[in-house]
Design a protein around this ligand. Structure first.
Ligand code: HEM
Length: 226
């Protein structure tokens, strides 16, 4: 093996490792958080199912082409990702001396962006800790790219997550199917009747659930053979 082949092999190995480590848990965590928010907000779950039924019908599963016609679904995903970004922290190295929010930031320093607190900032979002998908349905918020500075579950700029589109496809197909086909009976949850998913997260640099989300999927409509 020549040196160039060796370097190339290492590069490919790191590239694939990057994609796997960056793309597996993050996507499954995102799907869990989105479903958990919907289960904890039955009115939103019902409204979402009604939207899907009216746009797609009750005879087939949602597919990728239906997504632009499901604005409430898109708003639910955005709102759940705003509240529960699977990657709440990411970093940048400052390229030149600058001033940010009144602070002097010297060149070369590593800064940590806190996407979690940016997206729960009460100066930006009204009732920031509440699940209100409708906030993403206003005309200005549905515009593509709107809120780039404040809606950052995938980071931003040139180093923004390259897996955004792939992840969105996975989320779109799986979450819509989970809403179309099943009702969810939470096991050992919070609340007087134990029907609420516990939304605490583990401490750490990724946002994962502190307690496992356990629920029985009760068949609502079997569309998998359609
Ligand atoms: C819900 C799922 C995901 C979330 C929330 C997420 C979030 C993020 C965030 C916040 C960053 C840092 C961006 C920045 O610094 O501005 C990032 C980087 C990255 N993500 Fe994702 N990601 C997800 C899925 C994926 C998938 C599916 C892949 C690959 C197939 C992937 C691959 C990567 C890679 C390689 C980077 C590093 C990019 C760079 O440094 O230039 N991610 N991701």
């Amino acid at each position: 093996m020549t040196v160039i082949q060796y370097v190339l092999a290492i590069f490919i190995l790191f590239f694939i490792t990057d994609l796997f480590t960056g793309g597996t848990n993050t996507t499954s965590d995102a799907i869990l958080w989105i479903l958990a928010e919907l289960v904890n907000h039955p009115a939103a779950f019902k409204k979402l199912r009604e939207e899907i039924d009216s746009v797609v019908g009750t005879e087939r599963l949602v597919d990728e082409e239906d997504i632009p016609n499901l604005p409430y679904f898109q708003a639910c995903v955005k709102e759940a990702m705003r509240l529960n970004p699977p990657v709440p922290l990411f970093d940048r190295i400052c390229g030149e001396n600058c001033k940010l929010g009144g602070y002097d930031i010297p060149k070369g320093i590593t800064m940590i962006m806190n996407a979690y607190s940016i997206m729960r900032d009460p100066k930006i979002f009204e009732n920031p800790n509440d699940f209100i998908p409708e906030r993403f349905l206003t005309e200005q918020d549905t515009a593509k790219g709107q809120n780039l500075q404040v809606y950052v579950p995938f980071g931003g700029g040139r180093r923004m997550c390259p897996g955004t589109n792939m992840t969105s496809s996975l989320i779109n197909c799986s979450v819509t199917a989970m809403v179309q086909c099943f009702d969810w009976k939470v096991l050992g949850g919070d609340g007087a009747d134990g029907s609420k998913v516990n939304m605490d997260s583990k401490s750490g640099v990724v946002k994962t659930m502190a307690k496992p989300f356990m629920a029985i999927p009760v068949l609502h409509s079997n569309l998998f053979s359609a």
